[in-house]
Design a protein around this ligand. Structure first.
Ligand code: ADP
Ligand code: ZN
Ligand code: ZN
Length: 818
């Protein structure tokens, strides 16, 4: 007789897949995506059912153990499990890690178990350990974790005692699925159930005036109030119990939904009528939704062309077909404007998912999506895994943005993937349409259109035929000095700022470096002050009280009086950060009101939204900041955009440097002239002849892309070649170097034809947070050949690394090679 077998993936640190049998009583309820408790050696571990009928391999029928317990039958939908399979396979990650990433954030599936007294009394003559165990559990006010018991009683023999006692029913061992802070919050609510009018009931209670008053209070509140509130208002338990005995009120448990959008103000936006271009794009998308056609649609629309309305109407269409929608945005902090707009239009069906929510808020949102109570979710990259029902459309807004790439390579369980690319995969699994929107599409997506893999929907002009802003490039090498430094604001920019201040229009200024001065350098020997843990230049923060900070590890130290190398006193602050621009603005334009927006001013929850809303209410003339000010914001009164220095980032040692610069400049320019007044842009640079800059100044995507494609093709970089990066990390530089060399030897042995291997060499950031880094790069035209090369070598590469106590991370399709 054959048993039903399933494959169970175990989350990290085990990160393995094992085969288990489904006990007959669970056959109905265990399926793909179920969370189960399974025995692994002497322990019970939580895992996910990821496949049915796995090949038995060399396992004998008897060696296969049974699933011990079902925790949740449908925590992850089969669609998500499939998506995780793809993620694990394509990005060469453990399946368990992929599944852990797909879980409701904050819910940790751990093997933590809690022990409480069982229903049966313990038998007589227990061994001393079991007796102590029973005593501990009986004395505890709430269930104890197995870990706590281990600490108190020692680990030896404990698991066996737990099994014996729970089989005998003397104790009850339950897995702990959620943190207390995460699980549902319940609240007791008192409700009026007497059908008569409240006055009549109150009159009848004239001998018990407090009870009568309570009835009146309940009636005034619409018939129900939280019990706690009633008690606080002086209607104690005795009163409530008396009313309950009389059958006048009842107490019910209600789930309190923690709604992160509860306090969001709505917009009084008029319902817009799509323009002809918008309608044409919308028709393309709606047809795809209807036909469940997952061919990706690249919505290429210049800045201010009204992409949001296309998303909104397409989603409306999906909803009318009883389907759901996911909208991915680069950073939720930058997307509140869109959330407001959607919430105004769709009401409570709109949810947000992002890392700034409390764990409880995330859990509740997740549950509401799963139950189909909310059908639209807007979120950052992890919202890709949102458990919406019947996905009909997936939107990736600003699809070119680097934030879609998840790359936390410094964590112990690194997982690197592109949420944009996985969105395309999920849409295929779900039979949903997928829209990738941008004014400056990634070269990959652009190339996919040209190869007819993606479809194009274009919004070539701004709404109402508003003109794109006019752009002036100013050569800063021609500007005069002031106090031995070049001026920060060119004459052109100064005049234009003055004009805006006079006319009461608004200004956006970009300087893509935060802090006061990015480099602190010795004027005599030229050495700069570096972070002791990362080997990068420290940035000076603060205009008045100054300290030096590392932007990678947050190391801080005072500004030194002397150069550590040559003892010279000539320590100088070099370069320009946002704080310096802010100071200079205030010095040069009396009474100017500036809002600075960078990592330092947006550190707390809601800070970003608050700054944006203050600017919208015109509490400032200038919004000054890093790349944050370039992304997606729509302020009709902004008629001037200034780029203080376009040169930061232009010559980064990275194949995407030009693309990133073009995107940033075009996007920030696009903030100007979105209302009735035409906009202007001033780009300051010392490299006015750079082709990228010229193209950005003309907002000429086609010119940029043709030029860049030629260079990428020549160098074999994406979208023509594919890349896999290997990164070794460890405390000892010699060990890291050895591990990298050994790894590369193995890679060379498995190299498929056409695959090129570069390195190993120290990574561009050779030291980060005190750890040394080396890297190697695989390059080649065929993604499959690269993956085969890698997967064949990977196991032995990992073994070699761990022998040297070095971590190895693999990134498929990396965003950068830095
Ligand atoms: P994009 O994201 O393409 O840069 P938005 O979606 O932010 O552009 O739209 C730009 C501006 O145009 C917004 O202020 C929006 O309200 C307005 N807009 C969009 N579509 C229409 C329309 N059909 N009629 C009038 N105004 C519109
Ligand atoms: Zn010096
Ligand atoms: Zn550092």
């Amino acid at each position: 007789m054959s048993r039903r077998l399933v494959e169970v993936a175990l989350p990290p640190p085990l990160a393995r897949q094992l085969t288990y049998a489904v006990p007959s009583e669970l056959t109905e309820t265990v399926g793909l995506g179920s969370v189960v408790l399974v025995p692994v050696q002497q322990r019970l571990v939580t895992g996910f059912v990821v496949a049915e009928d796995p090949p038995a391999g060399d396992l004998s029928e008897r060696a296969i153990r049974e699933i011990s317990q079902l925790i949740d039958g449908t925590l992850l939908s089969p669609e998500i499990v499939q998506l995780c399979h793809f993620l694990a396979e394509y990005y060469l990650a453990p399946l368990g890690s992929a599944l852990a990433a797909a879980l409701p954030p904050g819910v940790h599936i751990t093997s933590r178990r809690r022990v409480r007294r069982g229903t049966k009394p313990p038998v007589d003559g227990l061994d001393p350990l079991s007796q102590r165990l029973i005593d501990e559990v009986s004395a505890a006010a709430s269930p104890l974790t197995v870990t706590t018991l281990k600490r108190r009683l020692g680990g030896r023999g404990l698991e066996a005692a737990l099994r014996r006692l729970s089989q005998a029913g003397a104790i009850d061992v339950q897995p702990d699925l959620q943190d207390a802070s995460v699980s549902q919050r319940m609240r007791q609510t008192v409700q009026l159930i007497d059908p008569r009018p409240a006055e009549e009931v109150a009159a009848e209670l004239s001998r018990a005036p407090r009870q009568a008053a309570c009835v009146t209070a309940l009636a005034a509140a619409g018939g129900r109030l939280p019990k706690q509130q009633l008690v606080e208002d002086g209607y104690g338990y005795a009163i409530l119990q008396a009313l309950q005995r009389r059958g006048i009120v009842d107490t019910v448990d209600e789930q309190v939904i923690r709604d992160p959008l509860a306090n969001l103000t709505n917009l009084d936006a008029p319902d817009l009528v799509p323009t002809q271009d918008q309608q044409a794009a919308l028709d393309t998308v709606s047809a795809a939704v209807e036909k469940s056609d997952s061919t990706p649609i690249l919505l290429r629309g210049v800045t201010g062309s009204g992409k949001t309305l296309v998303y909104l109407r397409a989603i409306e269409h999906a909803l009318s077909l009883n389907r759901s929608a996911i909208v991915l945005v680069p950073e939720i902090a930058l997307a509140w404007q869109m959330v407001r707009r959607f919430r105004t239009h769709f009401g409570e069906q709109v949810a947000v998912l992002h890392s700034q929510l409390s764990l409880g808020e995330r859990f509740d949102t997740w549950q509401r999506l799963r139950r189909g109570e909310q059908r639209i979710v807007i979120g950052a990259r992890s919202a890709l895994f949102a458990p919406v029902r019947d996905l009909g459309i997936l939107v990736v807004d600003e699809e070119h943005d680097g934030s879609y790439f998840q790359d936390d390579l410094d964590s112990k369980q690194p997982l690197a993937y592109s949420a944009r690319d996985l969105a395309v995969v999920r849409s295929r699994l779900a039979g949903a349409a997928v829209v990738l929107g941008s004014a400056t599409p990634s070269l990959e997506s652009f190339w996919n259109v040209r190869r007819d893999k993606y479809r194009l929907a274009a919004l070539p002009s701004r709404v109402d035929n508003r003109p794109l802003p006019t752009v002036e490039v100013v050569d800063m090498r021609q500007e005069p000095f002031q106090r031995r430094e070049r001026v920060l604001f060119s004459k052109t920019l100064r005049l234009k700022i003055h004009k805006r201040l006079e006319r009461g229009e608004q200004i956006v200024l970009l300087q893509n470096r935060r802090g006061f001065a990015p480099v602190v350098q010795c004027g005599d020997c030229g050495e700069s002050v570096e972070c002791p843990r990362c080997g990068v230049s420290l940035t000076c923060h603060g205009a008045q009280i100054q300290d030096l900070r590392c932007h990678y590890c947050d190391h801080r130290q005072p500004v030194p009086d002397r150069c550590a190398h040559c003892q010279s006193m000539e320590v100088k602050l070099q370069g320009v950060g946002t704080q310096k621009v802010e100071t200079a603005l205030e010095e040069q334009f009396p009474d100017i009101r500036v809002i600075r927006m960078d990592v330092d001013t947006t550190g707390w929850k809601g800070a970003h939204d608050e700054l944006v809303e203050r600017f919208r209410r015109r509490e400032a003339d200038v919004l000054l900041g890093t790349q944050m000010v370039a992304k997606g914001l729509d302020f009709p009164d902004v008629t001037l955009v200034g780029v203080i220095s376009a040169d930061t980032g232009l010559h980064m040692p990275d194949f995407r440097a030009a693309e990133r610069s073009f995107q940033l400049l075009t996007q920030v320019a696009g903030r100007s002239g979105r209302g009735d007044q035409p906009g202007e842009v001033v780009i300051q640079t010392r490299l006015p002849d750079e082709a990228v800059l010229q193209a950005a100044a003309r907002q000429d995507f086609d010119a940029f892309v043709e030029n860049e494609l030629v260079e990428r093709r020549a160098a074999g970089f994406p979208p023509f070649g594919r890349l896999v990066v290997f990164r070794w990390r460890g405390d000892q530089i010699a060990a890291v170097e050895r591990a990298a060399h050994e790894g590369v030897i193995r890679l060379r042995q498995t190299c498929k034809p056409g695959v090129q291997l570069l390195g190993p060499a120290p990574a561009p950031l050779a030291r980060l947070r005190g750890r040394h880094r080396w890297q190697a790069l695989l390059m080649g035209p065929s993604a499959q050949a690269l993956r085969q090369t890698t997967s064949t070598a990977l196991t032995s590469m990992r073994q070699a690394s761990s022998r040297f106590d070095v971590d190895l991370a693999v990134v498929v399709d990396p965003q950068t090679t830095m």
